[in-house]
Write a protein that binds this ligand. Structure first.
Ligand code: AMP
Ligand code: MG
Length: 407
């Protein structure tokens, strides 16, 4: 990695790949109990030590028998209920009553639904001739013994928790959680709980980011609200680099008189770049202080949330050891005009609707980078490519529906 900071405006994709080249995923692991493994990342592939299901069993409530030419009547010789198999073997002309999940007895190869037979005492008559093997779930058809069920680098979802439980596994090995320190900078910021004075605003970014980081299941270290004083910002960063893997700050990365974050970072470590061709969010600094990665987000609340989602989140997922694909974009037809200047990729806030399987998108209204309600009302980003100009009504645009990391 070239340690010289790039002063130019770099495309989003370049920023992402430069960060990925620089970042080293964490290697330390720990063993956690199954329920504690939600949202954690597997250090190794997970294999099944058993067949799931363990034996051929019935997918329906019905009768199990051997398929022969003459199925006119079958004699019921016993039951195979879920958890209570039929001990014997059945012969041609015989059947057992079977419930869903009941083991298919020896000698049987087909199950017929009970709705498709007529029963008279201990004899059934089959109305619809079944196919060989019908309604039988095969041993190992879900997870075969010895097969890989989840791959290394996979982030565990609620469904995976059930899947791992189905294998009888109670503990899993995962990478340790990332430690992420967080601070806001700005003399105009007021902590919650204090009355607001004219010209001041409440510090909302730290709350947005804290909540977004909770969704990623990292360990968050809140370094609070800091004034635009280089010595104090320096102290916070020095503290952060000792205790955290990553520090995220908001505010002070632009070129205003009070924008010291970047200078302090340059003094303590290395800046790789600080301008990305993204709107909102052009000032975005990436660097390293000691062994701690640094992401400096712009102060405007929409810019902070969007640069987090587009640039920081993929980096944190990568650092956590996760192997993942970026979320697919969809096409949608615009329901109105959108203003746009070539030069930066624009993430406008949209409302996606669908009618007759066609996607339509409208703006959430005023798109200022300080207008947090524009993002709160949205259910997607309208991603307008870097070199694209203004967009007319009825044009096709790319949209990125929100995922759980931002909702
Ligand atoms: P800056 O990036 O420091 O130049 O800030 C840009 C704009 O974002 C200014 O209007 C700030 O008041 C606002 N801002 C900065 N930090 C925060 C924050 N933590 N919460 C809400 N707004 C902020
Ligand atoms: Mg500021």
């Amino acid at each position: 990695m070239d340690f010289c900071a790039r002063p130019d405006l770099i495309p989003v994709e370049t920023a992402l790949s430069l960060m990925q080249q620089a970042l080293d995923p964490i290697l330390e692991s720990e063993t956690v109990s199954l329920l504690d493994s939600l949202d954690r990342v597997l250090t190794a592939p997970l294999y099944s030590n058993i067949n799931v299901p363990s034996a051929d069993n019935s997918a329906m409530d019905g009768y199990a028998f051997k398929l022969t030419d003459d199925l006119s009547t079958l004699q019921i010789v016993g039951d195979s209920l879920a958890g209570h198999p039929y001990a014997g073997e059945i012969r041609s002309g015989e059947c057992v009553r079977i419930t869903t999940g009941g083991i298919v007895p020896k000698g049987a190869d087909t199950v017929i639904m009970q709705e498709q037979v007529e029963r008279n005492g201990n004899v059934i008559r089959i109305n619809v001739r079944p196919h060989l093997g019908e309604n039988i779930r095969r041993a190992g058809e879900d997870s075969a013994k010895g097969s890989m069920v989840l791959s290394q680098g996979h982030r565990i979802t609620p469904i995976d928790i059930g899947l791992i439980a189905s294998l009888g596994i109670t503990e899993v090995q995962v990478y340790r959680r990332l430690k992420v320190a967080l601070l806001s900078t700005g003399d105009e910021l007021t902590p919650l709980g204090k009355p607001i004075e004219d010209g001041k605003i409440y510090d909302s970014n730290r709350y947005t980011l804290n909540a977004l980081l909770q969704r990623l299941h990292v360990e968050t270290i809140d370094l609070g609200l800091q004034p635009d004083t280089p010595e104090i910002i320096k102290k916070s960063f020095t503290q952060a680099m000792k205790i955290a893997d990553v520090v995220i700050s908001t505010g002070g990365v632009s070129v205003g008189d009070a924008d010291f974050t970047k200078d302090v970072l340059a003094e303590l470590g290395n800046i790789y770049f600080w301008k990305v061709a993204i709107k909102p969010g052009k000032p975005f600094a990436f660097g390293k202080i000691g062994n701690c990665w640094f992401f400096g987000l712009p102060g405007n609340p929409v810019s902070a949330a969007i640069t987090y989602h587009q640039l920081v989140l993929p980096s944190l997922r990568y650092l956590s050891g996760e192997i993942f694909n970026s979320a697919p974009k969809l096409n949608a037809i615009t329901q109105q005009k959108f203003s746009k200047q070539p030069g930066r990729a624009d993430y406008q806030r949209g409302i996606l609707t669908s009618e007759n399987d066609t996607n339509y998108v409208a703006s959430t209204g005023v798109q200022g980078s300080g207008v947090l309600t524009s993002l709160a009302k949205a259910n997607c980003f309208i991603v307008l490519e870097q070199e694209r100009g203004k967009v007319e009504k009825d044009e096709i645009v790319k949209i990125l529906p929100f995922d759980k990391f931002i909702l």
